[in-house]
Write a protein that binds this ligand. Sequence first.
Ligand code: SF4
Length: 403
Amino acid sequence: MGENMRTLDKLVQDAILTGHSVCAPSKSAQWMNCPFSIAMEEWARVTHGAVDEENDAAKDGTAKHNYLNLLFQFDKGNISILPEIPEEHDEAVMVAYRAVMNIFSDAYLLESEMHLKIGDAIQKWYSDAPSLMIMNLCHGTSDVVALDFETRTLWIIDAKFGRIGVDPNSPQLKAYACGAYFWALQYMPDIDHIRLGIIQPPISHELQSCEVTLEELQQFAGELLVALGKVIELYSTQVSNGENCTPGVTQCTWCKANKWCRSYEEFLVGSPTDMEPPTAEALAEIGMAPPPELPENSTLAQAYSYWKDIQKWGEVIETTFKARLQEFDAPIDNWELKYLRKNAAKWVTGVEASDIASGLGVDIELITKLDTPSAVAKRLKGIDISEFVIEGEPVYGIARCKP
Ligand code: SF4
């Protein structure tokens, strides 16, 4: 592997010259969990041409992000004419735009597509960090960084247009928040709240958000520093294929070296095969041997001891399968990622049952006894209760295509 990899110095030099973020926040879940994946990806790129080619889903997401950014730029007066948003992007982009704008009070400052130097933030908190490398290895662009002056809140918001749910409390948003914090101080030195938000129109029309404290951010910057240190150390070691890797569902699914990584291969096949498979017919359909008989009691305990591995294997299969379905945005071998149902509707938060009852002109008992909005709606046929209800979010899942 060694001769196919650039040295760390060269990598950092290239990073400085090209502005490429080697340890990008958007991939932080990967390289923080498996620091050597940076080197593995580089090796896969050089030896197998594994490059960052945008697939159709990624191109679609990029286009939507661009239109969303144009809306924000238009609001700020940075552009005077807003290009028409093509129909295939319009709804999702507008949902994202409205959900973001809904959260601000009258006085706010919003920056979109803001480039954030995470490495600089780490250095401010941990002054003994090796400056040149750390500063140039980790930076990235956040969709929205905003200050709400009334609530004294710093917001870091990312729009996602895929169908796999993303938690706002993610390493990516926390990394952006580290960079945004020092930018925000110049406008709002007394920040009260730091909130991370995700707007994901295919899943929800509401912004999902969570709060992080400054102490948590600072601690997270320390974790970033440790992981970056490992990247630097492991990159310099340049050990052979797969060694030093730390496989796991989260990191391996999106790693561009996963096809060639020995550790990941072992992780996938490391689970035992002496389990009860679905059926002999189902396995025969995909060319696999029929299942073994269930073991006798004497060996059943041994098989059961593998149960955690079997579950882990199942998780890997499910996550990878979902990711591939989303990646190509098309059925794979008669399967698709599909809208299945809606979660149950909820009463709007912060409104007392007595207020809902008086708003609807009904007895409070009806609200408290029947409890759920759908039960109340059924009883109050014809009365519009939508003012007090948050619609359930759509749930996506893997489903067979109809023939
Ligand atoms: S496939 Fe997984 S274990 Fe291998 S380098 Fe990538 S993230 Fe690490």
